[in-house]
Ligand binder design. Structure first.
Ligand code: GLC
Length: 533
């Protein structure tokens, strides 16, 4: 792997607390991850992205960082992280870590110092402290709302308020302050020196705020929210890009950018900024040929002018698992749909998720696989309320069940929980459904019809097929309900999203199919990879 590996890599997302538990406390960790590196090698991925592993009180599962340059004891030590990096690299697997620059933890020493200091003190300048409104300052400084529900401001005992776009335990940094910038530069260098191959940037579009902190309701419709996509954010990423470019390992960035305007999105991917950004329009699209074709076209058109590779993402640790989403009446991702359980036909969802795997793994660019996607895990929609850990649950006054259903610990082996995730008898941090015994990695290994075998085969073919590493695609004539495209000289993918079986174009060999053909035709909700010459 060399030469712009990130333009066509298959990247697997590890959610550390739910991947594998090596220490027997019911929570995933680095020891567990190191034990399972062989599984990841066999799966055939090029790189890992790890959700945060830093010191954290875990108010938002590690997205509240108290020390950016150390590992949380739940997961291990810095030495464990270094050993893991060396072992992954020895297997030819690159490692991208999460960086959380928009906010830290309220336990971060600099926020603790700010709380202990006076209003107007230099310590408070590192964050967004403001007096309140109202006669006694009893109202928040403006009308901004937290992403997790409720106001984006919390009052401290001396009467000032501080800004948090997420939970109150996640105070927003003030990126206008040079010391904040300098400290993140130190953090990037710290991990680059330890050999990480890149960074996934959390909430990448929100670092810079309109310094006037205007009320949102007063702004004209259509202007970006004053906490999002402010022009000043690009200056930060130019600086960061220069740091990554100066690293010997060709380190890369992937931005978490939930922007709806494709042109605004592309600005982050200019040649001197981020290498890639997550494709959330693709993740949000319904299981519908017209909608997916539009998203693919728009994605490629958005990326071409800036020369950045597209990314293809079906799910992550924040959204409903695909098997469940594609089995619902409404197959889109929307935040509203994630709030509560919805009926899902899992057999149908699984069939579609298999077809979607062949779609996303054969589009031009980088592909992300969220842990458990390769096992066809469904969303666990019936977790008991008392185990729900996502801050969305509490912050919403128990109206939003949050994101725990896609974070249930992976089933590895055996017939009963904890399914090899933890040693027998240990309770995992979220309970696994008893019927996951058919979905363990062990049960699926060697089963030609399993999701795991489909992913392993597809990833192997992806590496072996030169056409899949070439840029661009050509749509082939097809029914409107069908996606059919060619890559390179002799590769074709056909996905049938309609209800009737369809004829295949002429081919020399079927490389892989997500389900059986019927009398030579491609049935509904099935995809096929063909070699045509
Ligand atoms: C991102 C993360 C999410 C987290 C939030 C706040 O959206 O993906 O898990 O809760 O940022 O850091």
């Amino acid at each position: 792997m060399s030469g712009q590996w990130w333009r066509h890599a298959a990247i697997y997302q590890i959610y550390p607390r739910s991947f594998a538990d090596g220490t027997g406390d019911g929570i995933g960790d680095l020891a567990g991850l190191r034990n399972r590196l062989g599984y990841l090698k066999d799966l055939g991925i090029d790189a890992l992205w790890l959700s945060p592993w830093y010191t954290s009180p875990m108010a938002d599962a590690g997205y509240d960082v108290a020390d950016y340059r150390d590992i949380d004891p739940l997961f291990g030590t810095l030495a464990d992280a270094e050993a893991f990096l060396a072992e992954a690299h020895a297997l030819g697997i690159r490692v991208i870590v999460d960086i959380v620059p928009n906010h830290c933890s309220d336990q971060h020493p600099w926020f603790q110092a700010a709380l202990a200091a006076r209003p107007g003190s230099p310590e408070r300048e590192l964050f967004w402290f403001r007096p309140g409104r109202g006669e006694h300052g009893e109202l928040p400084p403006n009308d901004w709302q937290s992403n997790f529900g409720g106001p984006a401001w919390t009052r401290v005992p001396d009467g000032e308020w501080y800004l948090h776009l997420f939970a109150p335990e996640q105070p927003d940094w003030n990126w206008n302050h040079p010391e904040v910038r300098a400290d993140f530069t130190r953090t990037l260098r710290f991990w680059l020196d330890r050999g990480v191959d890149g960074f996934r940037i959390d909430v990448a579009e929100a670092l810079v705020k309109d310094p006037a902190l205007p009320d949102f309701a007063d702004l004209p419709i259509g202007v970006p929210a004053p906490w999002l996509d402010q022009d000043g954010v690009h200056e930060i990423y130019r600086e960061w890009r220069a740091i990554a470019d100066s690293s010997p390992q060709e380190a890369i960035f992937v931005g978490e950018l939930w922007l709806t305007d494709p042109e605004r999105f592309a600005r982050y991917l200019r040649p001197d900024e981020l290498h890639t950004g997550f494709n959330f329009p693709f993740l949000s699209a319904a299981w519908d040929a017209g909608e997916l074709r539009t998203v693919v076209d728009q994605t490629l058109a958005t990326h071409a002018p800036v020369g950045a590779p597209a990314t293809w993402v079906l799910s992550n640790h924040d959204v409903t698992r695909v098997v469940t989403r594609y089995g619902r009446a409404d197959t889109r991702h929307t935040w509203d749909l994630t709030r509560e359980a919805h009926a899902a036909d899992l057999a149908l969802g699984t069939k579609r998720a298999r077809a979607a795997a062949l779609l996303s793994l054969s589009l031009p660019g980088t592909v992300y696989v969220y842990q458990g996607e390769e096992l066809g895990l469904p969303e666990v929609q019936d977790l008991p309320e008392e185990v729900l850990a996502d801050p969305r649950w509490e912050r919403s006054g128990h109206t939003d069940r949050g994101r725990d259903g896609c974070r249930v610990p992976l089933p590895w082996s055996g017939d009963a929980p904890p399914f090899g995730f933890s040693p027998a008898g240990v309770r995992t941090w979220l309970p696994q459904p008893a019927d996951w015994k058919a979905l363990t990695a062990e049960a699926q290994s060697g089963d030609p019809g399993s999701m795991l075998t489909l992913y392993r085969t597809a990833l192997r073919l992806r590496h072996q097929t030169a056409d899949l590493l070439a840029g661009g695609l050509r749509w082939l004539p097809s029914d409107p309900e069908v996606l059919a495209y060619a890559r390179g000289d002799s590769f074709v993918c056909v996905v049938n999203l309609g209800v009737e079986p369809v004829e295949l174009p002429e081919y020399a060999e079927i490389l892989l199919a997500s389900g059986d053909l019927v009398a030579g035709k491609l049935p509904a909700d099935t995809a096929v990879w063909l070699r045509t010459a």
